[in-house]
Design a protein around this ligand. Structure first.
Ligand code: C2E
Ligand code: MG
Ligand code: MG
Ligand code: MG
Length: 282
């Protein structure tokens, strides 16, 4: 009988599996309550114009302030939210909170910059996605040109991420950005079929760009393609001056990464980035 050999690998393995499963189930239960209990919050990572260091936008990134586990990152709980359908309510909350914060900054004399919000593919399964996003803009008073939606390449290939929804969104003035560009399995022809405004070069091409000529070539090609397609381009995951210099040499002027700033609470963005902007009069 298995229990008599309590120390064998099999028992150890199932025990560990059960523990992981148990933990996941607990997280799921707690995640369902997290929104109502106001445990979710947004951090904002500045997007910087490399030439003069000005903040030209922010990306909203959700965090979960768990009562006992501390801050949990979206890499852990977004997949659970997606598997369980919690993503619908969470996605709506993120959109509303990001738009509210942006409008508050605009009203308070902060910089007139846009916010980028990540969408999950499931959110496109909601038939009224475009309508409720427009409702959130009306509710919060944020002008549509200050909202940018980030979708991924694989979502672009997903039939439910339909051209009609993206067209409806962009016709109202909202912008669409392709996140993690270069990592998905997408056909470039989608770039001309869908209303995409911006390519976001994935961090995986930036990481080794100072030593890896293939990465350098890919990044240069993405930048050039974006320019030829009249799209905006931004590089994410810039951590060092050396990486920044390569991007600038290749004419990529928009940068997001730890080199300039980690994602910060709204208050910290104000303190670190608003005052310098006022001082420079822009
Ligand atoms: P993402 O949309 O590609 O966001 C960028 C991620 O890279 C963020 O991780 C950010 O903190 C990290 N990052 C930015 N600059 C650097 C850098 O220089 N070095 C390194 N090592 N990392 C950098 P985060 O906040 O943990 O988010 C992870 C992913 O979770 C996001 O990737 C996005 O796919 C997803 N996510 C975050 N917030 C939301 C949300 O509100 N809704 C949805 N659906 N997904 C979200
Ligand atoms: Mg993103
Ligand atoms: Mg993403
Ligand atoms: Mg990304």
């Amino acid at each position: 009988e298995v229990k008599k050999n309590g120390k064998n690998g099999y028992q150890f393995y199932t025990g560990e599996l059960n523990e992981q499963l148990q933990e996941k189930i607990e997280l799921e239960v707690e995640l369902r309550q997290a929104i109502a209990r106001k445990q979710l919050f947004l951090n904002y990572q500045p997007q910087i114009r490399a030439g003069d260091g000005q903040m030209i936008g922010v990306e909203a990134l959700v965090r979960w302030n768990h009562p006992t586990k501390g801050t949990i990152s979206p890499g852990v709980f977004i997949p659970i939210a997606e598997e369980t359908g919690i993503i619908y309510e969470m996605g709506t909350w993120v959109l509303r909170e990001a738009c509210r914060q942006m409008k508050e900054w605009h009203r308070g004399g902060g910089p007139l910059i846009p916010v980028s919000v990540n969408l999950s593919s499931q959110q496109f399964h909601q038939t009224n996605l475009a309508m409720y996003i427009k409702e959130i803009l009306e509710e919060t008073g944020l002008e549509p040109q200050y909202l940018e939606l980030e979708i991924t390449e694989s979502m672009m290939m997903d039939a439910t991420v339909s051209r009609s929804i993206l067209n409806e969104l962009t016709e109202s003035g909202i912008r669409i950005s392709l996140d993690d560009f270069g990592t998905g399995y997408s056909s470039l022809s989608y770039l001309k079929l869908l209303p995409i405004h911006k390519l976001k070069i994935d961090r995986s091409f930036i990481r080794d760009i100072t030593e890896n000529n293939n990465d350098k070539a890919i990044v240069a090609t993405i930048i050039s393609m974006a320019q030829h397609l009249n799209m905006d381009v931004i590089a994410e995951g810039i951590e060092t001056k050396e990486q920044l210099d390569i991007l600038m040499d290749n004419d990529c002027k928009k940068i997001q990464g730890y080199y300039y700033s980690k994602p910060l609470p709204a208050q910290d963005v104000e303190e670190a980035f608003f005052a310098p902007m006022r001082a420079s009069g822009s």
